[in-house]
Structure formats: C-alpha cells, structure tokens
Design a protein around this ligand. Structure first.
Ligand SMILES: Cc1cc2nc3c(=O)[nH]c(=O)nc-3n(C[C@H](O)[C@H](O)[C@H](O)COP(=O)(O)OP(=O)(O)OC[C@H]3O[C@@H](n4cnc5c(N)ncnc54)[C@H](O)[C@@H]3O)c2cc1C
Length: 365
C-alpha cells in the first residue's frame, strides 16, 4: 500500500517531537516544514513529569540521559508578612518526580534524530492551508497564535490576557543540594529549577509594569534574598507575555492543531509541554491503531477520537492552573485565610498524593 503522507508544520518542541513520534509508525511518510531564515533563541528550561520522560525515551533512540536533570524533592513556599512558609513538600526516596532540560539542547537532539531517521524536511513559509495541498493529514504546530488557525478553530476558545510577563533566566551558584522550589511571592510566583549541579533556571511571573524596572537588579536582589547568598551569576534573561488560550475545536477535515496552539497555559505549574507530550502520545497510539489495520487516516475518525480523548483533560488542567494562579494572587481580604488553608494543606497526605499523581500522569486516570 502507498504510504500516507503527513506534514507537520513548525519546528518548536511540539513540531519536532510530533514528527519523530509519528515517523516511527509504519505506513506513514512524515514531512517537517519549518520557516525560512529562522533564528531560534529559546533560553528556557522545561520541567517534564516522570511519565513524559518515559515517553521521550520511547520516542528518541539512545536518548542522552545526562541532558535531563532529575528531581526527587520539590518545595512550595508562600510569602507572608514576616516569613516564607514551606506549606508543601514532595519528597521521593527512590523515584524521580520530574526532569528538567534546556530547551535549546533538546531541540538540537531532536533535529539530529530527524536527520538520522532521514525524515524529509522543508524550509518554507506557510501562509495558508492551500500551501499544504497534497498531504493526507496536516498537523499545525505553529505556536500559541497563528492566523492560519482561524480557518480551523472557531472563535469559542477560552481566552485571557494575564497582563503579566514571565521573566526567565539562568543562575550559576555554588550552593550544595539546592532543591526544586516554587515561591509564591507578592509580586508573583517564582520557580527555581536546577538543571545541573551548579546551575538552575528560574521563571518569575510578574505584572507587565515590572518591565519598567531594572530587571537585572530586581531579579538578582530577589534571588539573593531567597538563597541567602550574593554569590550568584545571572545570564540569559528573557521575558514572555502570559496568556490563557484553550481551544474547543481541535481539527477541521484533515487538519489538526497541536502544541501551544491548542492550549497556552500560565507557566506557574510547568504543565504546558507536559500536556503537549500527552497529546502526542495519544495521537501516536490512535494513528498506530488505524495504520496497522491498513486504513487511510483521512477516512477514519482518528482526529475526532483524538479530540474527544484529550480535550477535557487539556481544558480542566488549563482552568485548574488558572484557578491556582488566582488563588495565590495578592488579595487583601483573602490573604489572612490563605495562610490557614495552606497550613492545613501541608498536613493532608491524601491531597499531596493526588496532586503528585495528577502532575505525573495527567487526568486521564
Ligand atoms: C516562561 C515559560 C516557561 C515554561 N515552562 C514550562 C515547563 O517547565 N514545563 C512545561 O511542560 N511547559 C512549559 N512551558 C510551555 C512550553 O514552553 C511550550 O509548551 C513548548 O515550548 C511547546 O511550544 P510549541 O512548539 O507548541 O510552540 P513554539 O515553541 O512557539 O513553536 C512554534 C513553531 O512554529 C513555527 N512557525 C510559526 N508560524 C509558522 C509558519 N507560518 N510556517 C512555518 N513555521 C511556522 C515557529 O517558527 C516555531 O518554530 C513554558 C512556557 C513559558 C512561556
């Protein structure tokens, strides 16, 4: 039987990973289309759950495990008038809770894998769906917003502008045993994500007005205060505007949206790419089922099945993250009660177990 032609458009983490995962299926010819003259400058890290790390290992042959920094301990702190309360600890002796990687290094690995597997790649600027004629299935991984999505998704998606930015950067330090941590500060949540013995990255979500300040010195003084040391070096400062976008329509005819375009969520819980990886995992399984039966994907309900399977988890997680973000936002009336609620949470082992399970496996239990 003639191979079915699939094109993946966009070479961010979602597009690269989707191309490699689908290329593993017999009966598919996968093409990756990326923009011409593009300069990638992603100086972030990404935290993925243990189950998504397993998926990575299944998709990439001989994955270099050194590029994934494991974490067994995560501490959550809430800032009160006079101290940072450590209200929740996730602690494992044997298993790893999550893994942190540097985006640019993993993109390099994915591109190498694409070359090794001789996957066809094209440099082309796609402006409309017509540019993709000739493919059986088209998968758009064009990032959080693209005018090309307009022809596929209706206007009923859930949208919110947080009017915030995430400041990200790398920090070199000489502290021993620095744990992964999230601090809920008055200015906004700050995540500390170690990715090697003496380096961590941070994500600090703050109001847009923060950009008017001297970001370098504001970030440095905050981090020095948290770590109780002045001996740090900050590099790779970047900022990202923060939005919520949860699509309700995932596909039209033979064209599917995937990645940030389906769900853009607040980075407070580090869940965005975790959701994408679960989407890709599911899509691979559905396509495998139909291709092994020798069926033409475009004449099956594969894209509808994918949507029905993933949409509720993506929307519930996105809304859950939004509620978490709202809960921790400064609020003069609620703040005194938050302290009491958080102190009780720290005593509740069942809640701890549930949140650990969900952040690893997602909601499709
Ligand atoms: C500050 C921050 C921290 C985060 N931290 C985490 C974390 O710890 N854990 C986690 O799970 N997630 C995290 N995320 C989410 C994660 O970064 C994204 O889910 C992930 O990068 C996937 O992005 P993407 O590939 O879908 O989109 P993008 O990275 O935006 O890629 C889109 C690609 O499409 C290409 N493109 C666009 N238009 C066209 C066109 N017309 N033709 C051809 N190509 C085109 C672009 O060039 C680009 O390469 C974070 C997000 C932010 C903002």
């Amino acid at each position: 039987m003639k191979k079915q032609r699939i094109c993946i458009v966009g070479d961010g983490l979602s597009g690269l990973m989707t191309a490699i995962a689908l290329n593993k299926l017999k009966g598919l010819e996968v093409h990756l289309i990326s923009k011409k003259n593009k300069h990638s400058n992603d100086k972030r890290t990404t935290a993925i759950s243990a189950s998504n790390y397993e998926f990575f290992k299944n998709v990439i042959d001989k994955l270099d495990k050194k590029l994934f920094w494991p974490t067994k301990k995560i501490d959550l702190f809430y800032e009160t008038k006079d101290q940072n309360i450590n209200f929740l600890n996730f602690n494992e002796d044997s298993k790893n809770l999550m893994y942190v990687f540097e985006n640019n290094k993993i993109k390099e690995i994915l591109i190498k894998e694409i070359k090794k597997k001789k996957l066809k790649t094209f440099k082309k600027n796609i402006n409309e769906l017509k540019d993709l004629n000739g493919y059986d299935i088209k998968i758009l991984c064009l990032g959080r917003s693209s005018k090309i999505y307009q022809g596929i998704a209706d206007k009923r998606s859930l949208n919110k502008d947080y009017k915030e930015i995430a400041i990200t950067g790398y920090v070199k330090h000489d502290l021993k045993n620095l744990n992964t941590a999230q601090y809920f500060f008055k200015e906004g949540p700050l995540a500390i994500l170690p990715f090697s013995k003496n380096n961590f990255s941070f994500v600090w979500s703050v109001k847009k007005e923060f950009l008017k300040k001297d970001i370098n010195s504001s970030v440095k003084s905050k981090i020095c205060k948290v770590l109780k040391t002045n001996k740090i070096q900050i590099s790779n400062l970047q900022s990202y505007p923060l939005k919520l976008n949860l699509k309700r329509t995932y596909y039209k005819n033979d064209t599917l949206i995937l990645g940030e375009g389906l769900h853009t969520v607040h980075p407070v819980a580090g869940q965005g790419f975790n959701l994408v990886l679960r989407d890709i995992n599911k899509l691979q399984k559905i396509f495998k089922y139909y291709t092994e039966l020798g069926m033409s994907l475009k004449s099956t309900s594969a894209l509808e099945e994918f949507t029905n399977n993933r949409k509720s988890e993506n929307i519930i997680t996105g809304i859950g993250i939004d509620l978490t973000h709202n809960f921790f936002k400064q609020n003069k009336l609620l703040d005194p009660f938050k302290e009491i609620i958080l102190k009780n949470i720290s005593k509740n082992n069942t809640l701890k177990k549930i949140s650990k399970y969900i952040s690893n496996q997602g909601l499709s239990i």
